[in-house]
Design a protein. Structure first.
Length: 169
């Protein structure tokens, strides 16, 4: 087993490579990042008003170039193919959601995503709901240079909603 030593002057762990915080209500939160990061982590703290259906898109690609396998509250898997993004929130009216996603970003390969969502109505009497998503962006030619969380339902992401992208070379 080979272990490479860190290259002098480069970070050895994930670093923040982009961050966007909403200053007004919106349906899209986009973070632009430098190319070349092989591994990405996405953290999204989403405050909502109304019903939201959140998807992740890469490089503003809104074509039907994504496929998804997902489960809500550890239920049965559902699959969708040839869709316009990786679903991370489905018809949620929860006032807040926290989403984490890991992304393999290799040029020459499809981009694989593993995402988890935690959301609940307010008060200790409401247990959080969960969503597990495994998705892919079928683009093999490009590396990811932007990440967008997009609401495709009637509600909005509220002021203070935030998306942070971390990268590892």
């Amino acid at each position: 087993m080979a272990v490479e030593a860190p290259i002098q002057g480069l970070p050895t762990g994930f670093i923040i490579i982009g961050r966007t915080i909403l200053t007004g209500a919106a349906d899209t939160i986009t973070v632009t990042i430098a190319p070349g990061f092989r591994y990405l982590k996405i953290h999204a703290a989403l405050l909502t008003s109304g019903s939201v259906n959140g998807i992740i898109r890469f490089n503003a690609d809104a074509g039907n170039n994504y496929a998804v396998r997902e489960s809500t509250n550890n239920g049965a898997d559902a699959t969708t193919t040839s869709v316009s993004g990786v679903t991370v929130q489905a018809n949620s009216a929860a006032p807040a959601s926290f989403i984490t996603a890991d992304v393999l970003n290799l040029v020459g390969s499809e981009k694989y995503v593993t995402a988890l969502r935690n959301a609940a109505a307010a008060a200790a009497t409401n247990a959080p709901g969960s969503r597990q998503t495994y998705g892919k962006w079928a683009n093999t030619a490009d590396g990811i240079t932007s990440v967008s969380v997009v609401n495709t339902d009637t509600g909005d992401y509220a002021i203070g909603s935030e998306v942070v992208v971390l990268g590892l070379l």
